[in-house]
Design a protein around this ligand. Structure first.
Ligand code: ADE
Ligand code: ZN
Length: 335
């Protein structure tokens, strides 16, 4: 089963590229860019990755992202992630980036996009991994800053397929960003949003009805609202669930309590994702393996989750068909 999971073709739809920054690269970049880190060693840094909730993680995560300064830095980080994708049989990935984390430090928006896209293009050529880039607005900076960021993004419309919403959820409901998302939709961006990670089901309703999202990132608190469950099921709205993240950030007390497989069995379009793999103890395959080990996920369920990842992606119908056929061939043992 472990081998089956490792080699299974799959897509990732919820990964913050800044959350793929491993301690080793963080220390190298900090030294190169003369940026002090409040830790002396990688081990000390890793030991600090004990979180009590989303905010306790975000503080450390934004501090870590502070070592990224040059186009090469963004390239190096993204290239490392693409190599992981290759080694984990991720054949399609849709990555988030948080431009405000960088522009607020005086870093050029275009340089961030250039570094990330150079590595994504290389990943396509070298490993045949397809990808899309999604800009996330930081909800704690509010709608005015998000609007300014959207205006900056217009010059990179060809590189960015969608906009999303991340960072501190509680106290920052999606309705605050209605105008920003209306403008983004009007300009031709697709939309997604983190909702129902720590926030209540009401935030998921708002993301659907006001932000017109195509997917909900996390969304695990949907379970508290039967009417919302019916809507997600009927409309087959994808949830990009991140099991290891949810346990690390105490959304669930332990993996055994996670309800991803029961959502799958109810027919919801759930997918498995890594969120911030450098901080949460693993990449996509480690998430799949945890579901097998702790929740008893079987082969059929693993294949259903991987199929959902292709169907919920921003791939065109032909690309989806090809990827699903490849997965089905693999599942039958012919790949
Ligand atoms: N930014 C990076 N990871 C995040 C998460 N899990 N929730 C909200 N914002 C994030
Ligand atoms: Zn996330």
């Amino acid at each position: 089963m472990i081998d089956f999971l490792k080699h299974m073709p799959k897509a990732e739809l919820h990964i913050h590229i800044e959350g793929s920054l491993e301690p080793e690269l963080m220390f190298r970049l900090a030294k190169k860019n003369s940026i002090p880190l409040p830790f002396d060693t990688e081990e000390q840094l890793r030991a600090a990755y004990q979180f009590s909730d989303l905010q306790s993680f975000l503080t450390i995560y934004y501090q870590g992202a502070g070592v990224l300064r040059t186009e090469e830095d963004f390239y190096d980080m993204t290239r490392a992630y693409m190599e992981r994708c290759h080694s984990q049989n991720i054949i399609h990935t849709e990555i988030f980036f948080d431009p405000q984390t960088h522009t607020d430090r005086g870093i050029d928006f275009g340089m961030v996009v250039a570094g990330i896209c150079r590595a994504l293009d290389e990943g396509k050529k070298k490993f045949n991994i397809s990808s899309h880039l999604i800009l996330c607005f930081l909800r704690h900076l509010g709608p005015a800053s998000a609007m300014k960021t959207l205006d900056q993004a217009m010059a990179y419309k060809n590189e960015i397929i969608a906009v999303g919403l991340d960072s501190s959820e509680l106290g920052f409901p999606p309705d605050q960003f209605k105008e920003v998302f209306e403008k983004a939709l009007d300009k031709g961006f697709l939309t997604v949003a983190h909702a129902g990670e720590e926030g209540p089901p009401e935030y998921i309703w708002q993301a659907l009805d006001l932000l017109k999202v195509k997917r909900i990132d996390h969304g695990v608190r949907c379970i508290e609202d039967p009417e919302l469950m019916r809507r997600l099921l009927e409309e087959q709205i994808p949830l990009t669930v991140c099991p290891l993240s949810n346990v690390k950030l105490k959304v669930f007390h332990q993996m055994k309590d996670h309800h991803i497989l029961s959502l799958l069995e109810k027919g919801l379009k759930v997918t498995v994702n890594s969120d911030d793999p450098a901080y949460f103890g693993g990449y996509l395959n480690e998430n799949f393996m945890a579901l097998h080990k702790e929740l008893g996920m079987n082969k059929n369920q693993a294949v259903a989750l991987a199929k959902n990842s292709f169907e919920a992606g921003f791939l065109n119908p032909e690309e989806k068909r090809t990827a699903v056929l490849r997965l089905e061939a693999y599942a039958k043992g012919s790949e």
